[in-house]
Design a protein around this ligand. Structure first.
Ligand SMILES: O=C(O)CCC(=O)C(=O)O
Ligand SMILES: [Fe+2]
Length: 350
């Protein structure tokens, strides 16, 4: 999450709310290639599929936090816009998820409408490998800043991938080569807003799901984000625990593509968003997610080969022949209708 001064403008997350303890990993130690940190990262990605990445202990990390604050400022400006004006930038699921999603058009599990809006900015648009899309002036005037944020965010993803290559005993560069910035993909910066909910009617705003993608860098300022504890049933409300947003950290989570590529060694875990606890519930909730998707043509089959830890598919065959792009469309249709049969996956014993 962004810097401390940014957090101090908000009411605190209450002390008496139970929270999930996510492993903490140091960005500086990953940059320094420290073996222990690399192993801790691997353990977190296998056992939970979530960890907190600490950006405070080096200049590169601080610079990333500052860039993320600029993205929050853009988000606030989008949210101040007239809904009618935003409608001209509407996204078109399932084939294009870029642009503005209005309130209520994704269903939660029981069929009721969601309680969030978001604006997805395509990475390919910002890097120039796709035809530029039209955006509101508050995005257009910050194209260079968004590109700058994405560029650093992507280098952080590559760093995480290089540690996972080492741990999975894959040739260095394998995981990053499935999701390069230079090839067309669905990678996006998502700027989310959750309006405050009336006290008499509070509920899940974004349905429980796993991310379809490879990796997500998520910045939260206020509470509301919850993970499903491993081994617990998603229909049991007490199995969902808040993650407390903390200054200087991002929440990193692994998506389904990492489970597929690693033959089930890495884990993608269910998460959802509900109302914030305590005084924070009275504010609109802003969050920011850098959602990395694979190169659109990437196969969703397990990687592996000589010497890697990744097990062979049972019977030697492969279970899924879809490309990343086909899988994304499939999942988007399911999510949109609330019929996504989501569950935490991966994390097999090795
Ligand atoms: O807004 C949040 O905190 C989480 C959003 C999320 O899980 C997603 O966009 O996939
Ligand atoms: Fe998510």
């Amino acid at each position: 999450m962004p810097t401390k001064s940014y957090f101090e403008k908000l009411p605190p997350f209450p002390n008496d709310v139970p929270v999930a303890k996510l492993p903490r990993i140091s960005f500086a130690k990953l940059l320094d290639n420290e073996t222990e940190e690399s192993e801790a990262l691997f353990s977190a990605t296998r056992k939970l599929g979530f960890f907190m990445l600490d950006f405070q202990d080096c200049a590169e990390g601080q610079s990333f936090l500052e860039k993320s604050e600029t993205m929050f400022e853009i988000n606030k400006k989008i949210c101040e816009m007239d809904i009618g004006d935003l409608a001209q930038y509407a996204y078109h699921p399932p084939h294009s998820l870029f642009g503005y999603k209005k309130l209520g058009d994704i269903k939660i599990k029981d069929g009721r409408p969601d309680r969030l809006t978001f604006y997805n900015i395509s990475q390919d648009d910002m890097t120039g490998i796709a035809k530029p899309m039209s955006h509101p002036p508050c995005v257009e005037s910050h194209r260079a800043d968004v590109w700058d944020f994405m560029n650093q965010a992507h280098s952080i993803i590559e760093l995480i991938c290089s540690h996972l290559d080492t741990q999975l005993r894959l040739p260095l560069g394998t995981l990053a080569s499935m999701q390069p910035m230079s090839l067309p993909s669905g990678t996006a910066l998502r700027l989310l807003q959750y309006p405050p909910q009336p006290e008499s009617d509070r509920r899940t705003s974004l349905l429980g799901h796993t991310d379809i993608r490879t990796l997500t860098i998520l910045f939260n300022l206020t509470g509301g984000f919850q993970i499903l504890l491993p081994g617990r049933d998603a229909t049991d409300n007490s199995a969902w625990m808040y993650v407390k947003p903390e200054p200087g950290y991002a929440i990193i989570n692994l998506g389904d593509a990492m489970v597929e590529w690693s033959g089930g060694i890495l884990r993608s875990n269910m998460h959802r968003v509900t109302f914030a606890p305590g005084e924070q519930s009275k504010l609109p909730r802003y969050s920011l997610a850098y959602l990395v998707r694979p190169d659109g043509d990437a196969p969703m089959k397990r990687l592996g080969g000589e010497g890697s830890l990744i097990p062979q598919a049972e019977g030697g065959g492969e279970e899924d022949t879809m490309t990343a792009r086909e899988r994304e469309v499939h999942k988007s249709i399911a999510i949109q209708s609330g019929k996504d049969n989501a569950r935490s996956r991966g994390g097999i014993e090795i």
